[in-house]
Write a protein that binds this ligand. Structure first.
Ligand code: ADP
Ligand code: MG
Length: 680
């Protein structure tokens, strides 16, 4: 048995089904058995008919009391028959299933599983599946329900899965060392694989799931930590000059750096002066002053004789950084340039020429920097800003443009430590946990729909005083079409009904980058009073004159994301406001809104977010840049994540390169993970 075998060799999988399975990303036997159920239906315990509720899906044990009769209705034929259990009788009903007539016989006992529909006290069981007597094909057990199946029915994929599990059961090689299974009380792999698909009791499922979640989180964590260990032992990175002092640039700044900024700079400085390549994540809340930190590091690199690259996700942000760098570095005799896709061919050619000749010290740009013809003379430092917008692959690509350059990754998404360890486990972490002084708190209010008029009046007042406003509309679904519609609808409403006297415009993710930049430029120049937007404005553009942000359906956002959005205002001298419009009365919604009103601290917010986020609430997770796990859920599985992290830590402490015999399996485990990560 080879787990890499094509799924087509599994019993029940013909050419047609191969295609459908491929659509689900299932190509091999291994893909199949790790395609885990989304949920389960308990079809093991029968319920009495008299206890059934409208809409419930239930298992009924009943005797057939009548033959099937046909009822025709608008082109369809329904089959109905009467069944009865010890408590009362009900109707079982199907559509266009003529063949059933030859199956059921009056007086026989069957188990039915289906949905209850109730009308004036009468119960109908809708299109139930069934088993005769003691048979257990469709009922009598806990049935796995798989996610998204395209044209495969649940029955079909379940059957295929049964065959696959039968094939592998007992033959799966254990992937975790014996001592780990023992220490963390984990089920062995054959049983876990079988039980996650076909649990006999719900307890089975929990035991199996714990093992599989542990394995998934543990292997990622171990792979990342091992990778970090490897960096740490590399000794052929660039040693930047000890004679270049960051204070030379710090002293020219128009403000005093915060303690946190200074501490972080010292960490970076130490890295830069050592011969180990730096791989550092810089976390700092919106507005905490990460840019200036990047600038000091770039200064050090340049004055040590190297070039620096600063990569940011949007052209407008690149331009903004470029202008700042220019302003602050021009007296220090450092040459900055801007590379975005908008510049003319001639200018670009000339720029690339100077870059390769080493006449440009700092290149700031978008992913245009990644293009092959962008060649540095001696790239020594790479900074990526707002990195959750870049894939890991893009990160590696720019690093390859130098000889083991130092790398600084900056993010404004505050992530609790546990999560940071698994998202950025290969990086050292620095945190700016302090905002520059005199930062005004953004006054935040949570209101429901009934206050819309008051909110609009408030916006009017601010615009009359010369300010500008953002209105953020919710991501309707992870679906850009719908998204677009909701922006346009809101735009129509604000432009025609609410604020006909003001300049209203809109921006959304589906626009071309150039269009987006144009709109942002116009907003910056004050040519737009109210900007309706999707979350595309989240990435850090400064418009100091805008001091209000209204977020529609705020309950649909993750808190960390609301916080990011809110960070767009409060960047100028004016008192700033964030108004969260929400719907729904739930306790959790109220608590979440309260957190936003109570604090401006991104770390507290992200901790609370994690705590309050229900499993069904996945909005905003993409913003965290969380990797996709097959079975683990980072919001619910924090306890297992902690176990996995401490396990990884202990093992690597004793055996940093996993060379001990007892850890042989672990080497295989992370080999896979590591290649996955590079492939992203
Ligand atoms: P972010 O961390 O969100 O990228 P920025 O680097 O854009 O934040 O900084 C936000 C603003 O604060 C900028 O205008 C910057 O010049 C200013 N700033 C940074 N550090 C300080 C400081 N120590 N004191 C005062 N202002 C600062
Ligand atoms: Mg920034």
């Amino acid at each position: 048995m080879d787990l890499e075998n094509d799924v087509k060799y599994i019993k029940g999988v013909g050419p047609n089904r191969v295609q459908l399975l491929n659509k689900l990303g299932i190509y091999t036997l291994k893909d199949l058995i790790t395609y885990y159920p989304r949920t389960y239906e308990d079809r093991s315990k029968p319920k009495a008919l008299c206890e059934c509720q409208e809409g419930e899906e239930v298992l009924i044990e009943a005797v057939i009391c009548s033959r099937i009769t046909d009822i025709r209705m608008s082109g369809r034929t329904m089959q109905k028959m009467i069944i009865r259990d010890e408590t009362m009788s009900a109707t079982a009903m199907w559509f266009n299933q003529n063949y059933l007539k030859s199956i059921f016989k009056v007086g026989e006992k069957y188990r039915f599983y289906g949905k209850i529909s109730m009308k004036s006290g009468k119960i109908t069981l809708m299109s139930p599946v069934f088993d005769k007597g003691e048979q257990e094909k469709n009922t009598g057990r806990i049935i796995p329900i798989y996610p998204l199946t395209y044209k495969l029915s649940q029955n079909t994929i379940r059957k295929i899965m049964e065959n696959a599990i039968q094939e592998v059961y007992g033959k799966l090689q254990e992937t975790l060392p014996e001592y780990i299974l023992k220490q963390y009380n984990l089920q062995e792999i054959n049983e876990a694989t079988k039980r996650i698909h076909f649990p006999e009791k719900f307890e089975d499922f929990n035991i199996a799931r714990k093992r599989l979640v542990f394995e998934e989180l543990f292997s990622v964590q171990l792979a990342l930590s091992e990778l970090k260990n490897r960096y740490l032992t590399e000794e052929d990175g660039i040693k930047f000059s000890k004679d270049v002092k960051m204070s030379e640039v710090i002293n020219t700044l128009p403000f005093k750096l915060t303690k946190a900024q200074l501490r972080v700079l010292e960490e970076i400085d130490n890295n830069m002066e050592s011969n180990k390549p730096m791989n550092r994540l810089l976390q700092g809340d919106v507005g905490s002053g990460k840019t200036v930190v990047a600038m000091c590091a770039a200064y050090k690199a340049v004055k040590s004789g190297y070039q620096a690259a600063i990569m940011v996700p949007t052209a407008i942000l690149a331009t903004q950084h470029f202008e700042n760098f220019q302003k602050m570095l021009k007296d220090l005799n450092i040459k900055c340039e801007l590379l975005i896709s908008g510049i003319s061919k001639k200018k670009k050619e000339e720029l690339l020429q100077r870059l390769v000749e080493g006449k440009i010290d700092i290149l700031i740009g978008t992913h245009a920097i990644l293009e092959e013809n962008v060649i540095f003379k001696n790239l020594g430092l790479v900074v990526t800003d707002e990195q959750h917008r870049f894939g890991v692959k893009q990160r590696t690509k720019i690093v390859e443009k130098g000889q083991k350059p130092d790398v600084l990754v900056m993010t404004a998404t505050p992530i609790p430590r546990t999560l940071a360890l698994i998202l950025y486990g290969d990086l050292d972490i620095s945190i700016i946990d302090e905002l520059p002084p005199n930062r005004k708190k953004i006054e935040t209010f949570a209101v429901n729909k009934s206050m819309t008029d008051r909110v609009n009046n408030f916006i009017k007042k601010q615009i009359e005083q010369g300010r500008q406003a953002y209105v953020v509309c919710p991501l309707v679904e992870e679906n850009e079409e719908m998204d677009l519609k909701s922006v346009e609808k809101l735009y129509e409403n604000y432009k025609k009904e609410v604020f006909p006297e003001y300049k209203v415009d809109y921006i959304h993710g589906k626009m071309r980058p150039k269009e987006k930049d144009e709109i942002m430029e116009r907003f910056k120049r004050g040519e737009i009073d109210i900007l309706i937007s999707t979350t595309v404005i989240e990435v850090g553009v400064d418009v100091p004159n805008s001091n209000i942000m209204v977020i529609e359906n705020a309950e649909r956002f993750g808190l960390a994301q609301l916080h990011q959005l809110r960070g767009r205002v409060g960047r100028g001298e004016y008192k700033s406001y964030c108004i969260l419009k929400y719907e729904g009365k739930g306790e959790v919604v109220r608590k979440r809104m309260k957190v936003m009103c109570d604090t401006n601290d991104g770390f507290i917010i992200s901790e609370k977010d994690l705590e309050l986020r229900g499993s069904g609430d996945f909005f905003g997770t993409a913003q965290h840049g969380l990797p996709e796990f097959k079975i683990a859920n980072l919001f619910e599985d924090i306890p297992i994540l902690k176990l996995a992290q401490s396990a990884a830590e202990q093992i690597l402490l004793k055996d940093p390169n996993l060379n001990n015999e007892e850890n042989r399996l672990l080497k295989n485990l992370i080999k896979d993970k590591f290649s996955d990560r590079i492939e992203i």
